[in-house]
Design a binder for this molecule. Structure first.
Ligand code: ADP
Length: 352
């Protein structure tokens, strides 16, 4: 506990369909437990009476469907109770998805009907997209489904290090502290924190990821029926290309914490740190020393394109988004995160 604070343990009684919104202090972890009743954090039920420890800066809500008493130990940045939440509408979405999964499971031999729901959660920055995806995944997992989570958010993704798009099966409700499990993710490296730096590369990677998942689903009835919950902020594109799309408009939760650009940048830095050192500094990365002459470093996609005015009349600027440009090893590479490629030859697609 912070110096000077003495009695920090307190109880909060939550009525049915209410939530306790918590922002853990920037310096100290917070302990919390359910004394009676039942409560969940973003779709994952909290075990009764066991103290759970939440790391600094974490923002979360403890929600109860039927009422609960919560005990917290430690200081928070903020904590308050809210009785207005969009949870009923969120769980209704879950119910619809569940019915579709059951329908898909009932007809494993029909290639169309066996396809479970594919959900895209879209919305502005800080509208609770990741949180909603997490709830839908955890509720599905609780009922025994194994949905695939596809995270296309390269700025603030929940699966791995920033700069990547990734997918992973979810087999158990997501741990409120540990987050998405990292046992078997499929990850593609974009190398930037916004798609706009190289939109074409982003599209190539999304397509590649989609193809790999389609191939996996083709041979796996179970994950096929469970479907995917995917995050993608390009609704218009999807609607243009797809029939049979139901669009459901949901309210943003009042609990979603807005983060300005600086906070987001900081969050990314923490994610990168967490990737290497673990959530509670429980990992110890080790360094490998290699000669510069043994490394080939490439950048994917050309930098700034030649302006149209510099091209011959009638010529279109051509930039292959996956073209590899050798990078000189120098000071500019300091403090950058690079990805190690599986490619055997430089001209293979190397982003995976
Ligand atoms: P988006 O994916 O749209 O950018 P997030 O789902 O990541 O938004 O939410 C932004 C932040 O708000 C996250 O830190 C999340 O944990 C927090 N948050 C979301 N819903 C709640 C809530 N009901 N109570 C407290 N914090 C919340």
């Amino acid at each position: 506990a912070p110096p000077g604070s003495s009695k920090t343990v307190r109880q909060v009684k939550l009525d049915k369909e209410c939530e306790l919104r918590v922002e853990v202090s920037p310096e100290y972890p917070l302990r919390l437990r359910v004394l009676n009743g039942t409560a969940e954090i973003f779709g994952t039920e909290i075990p009764p009476e066991i103290w759970m420890t939440f790391p600094p800066r974490l923002k979360f809500a403890v929600f109860t469907w039927y009422g609960a008493t919560i005990e917290i130990d430690g200081t928070t940045e903020t904590d308050y109770t809210a009785d207005e939440t969009p949870m009923i509408s969120y769980v209704n979405v879950h119910a619809v998805l569940d019915a579709r999964r059951n329908r898909a499971k009932a007809s494993p031999s029909d290639s169309d009907a066996s396809q479970g729901p594919r959900v895209i959660v879209v919305g502005p920055t800080d509208s609770g997209k990741s949180t909603l995806a997490r709830m839908l995944l955890s509720w599905a997992a609780k009922q025994g489904w194994k949905p695939t989570f596809v995270d296309l958010d390269i700025g603030q993704g929940s699966i791995t290090i920033p700069g990547c798009i990734s997918a992973t099966p979810i087999e158990l409700p997501i741990d409120p502290v540990e987050g998405i499990p990292l046992d078997m993710p499929l990850v593609y490296f974009h190398g930037h924190v916004t798609p706009s730096v190289n939109v074409d590369l982003y599209k190539v990677l999304v397509k590649e990821l989609a193809q790999v998942l389609e191939r996996q689903f083709a041979g796996n009835v179970e994950s096929r029926a469970a479907g995917m919950e995917k995050l993608w902020s390009m609704l218009r594109d999807v609607l243009k290309n797809k029939a049979n799309v139901d669009v459901v408009k949901l309210h943003k939760s009042g609990g979603v914490v807005s983060r300005n650009a600086k906070v987001r940048q900081k969050a990314r830095a923490f994610r990168i740190r967490e990737y290497f050192y673990g959530l509670t500094n429980d990992l110890s990365p080790h360094s490998n020393i290699a000669n510069f002459s043994d490394l080939c470093i490439y950048r994917v996609g050309g930098g700034p394109q030649a302006p149209r005015s510099a091209l011959p009349v009638g010529a279109e600027p051509t930039a292959d988004p996956t073209r590899l440009i050798p990078v000189n090893i120098n000071q500019d590479l300091l403090h950058l995160v690079l990805a190690v490629s599986f490619a055997k030859e430089p001209d293979e697609i190397i982003s995976r």
